[in-house]
Write a protein that binds this ligand. Structure first.
Ligand code: HEM
Length: 155
């Protein structure tokens, strides 16, 4: 059972977090291009698609902590320090994504559609900064999951 939950947990992380990482990282340069070509429908379409990928896979990503807790439950490691730290960092990554990054992307999209885009340099830079923060948080969680400081099990 542990192995099944762990496989599903890691699969969910790869399948859900991977696309968000790529699409969110592509969004700021695409936004810069859209700023430079106002009214360009292709540029807007690309932004819409990237935002949709981020939104849909963020929702799929909810399976990662659910399966993570299922794995931790059957392994009996619920109180481990590395797991608590990972949980806090995962919550922080989810908050950055759901409360800051996704609303900022949709805000920029709406503004472009209305013909009132945000500051040409500042808006993509802020989105790039939020994406970097999100990526750093989940990459740290992945390292914690593998290294498991203080754990006497595994490698
Ligand atoms: C609340 C959040 C999470 C919980 C409770 C959780 C729980 C766990 C548990 C119990 C394991 C098994 C560790 C072992 O084999 O001893 C594990 C492994 C793993 N987790 Fe998570 N996890 C969470 C979030 C994440 C996130 C956000 C990622 C990546 C995006 C991730 C990636 C991994 C990977 C790659 C492994 C395999 C490590 C290995 O077996 O070497 N986890 N997780």
């Amino acid at each position: 059972m542990t192995k099944l939950f762990l496989c599903l947990h890691v699969l969910a992380a790869v399948v859900a977090v991977g696309p968000v990482t790529v699409a969110a990282s592509m969004f700021p340069p695409a936004l810069r291009r859209a700023h430079q070509a106002p009214g360009d429908r292709d540029a807007l379409g690309t932004l819409r698609l990237l935002h949709r990928i981020c939104r849909v896979y963020a929702a799929v990503g909810a399976a990662v902590p659910v399966l993570g807790f299922a794995t931790a439950g059957v392994m009996g490691v619920m109180g481990s320090a590395w797991l608590i730290a990972s949980t806090v960092l995962t919550a922080a990554a989810a908050a950055v994504l759901a409360l800051l990054l996704l609303p900022a992307q949709s805000g920029e999209l709406d503004a472009l559609q209305d013909g009132t885009p945000g500051p040409v340099l500042r808006a993509p830079a802020r989105l790039a900064m939020l994406t970097g923060l999100f990526n750093l948080l989940w990459a740290t969680v992945t390292v914690l999951m593998i290294v498991r400081p203080g754990s006497t099990t595994g490698a």
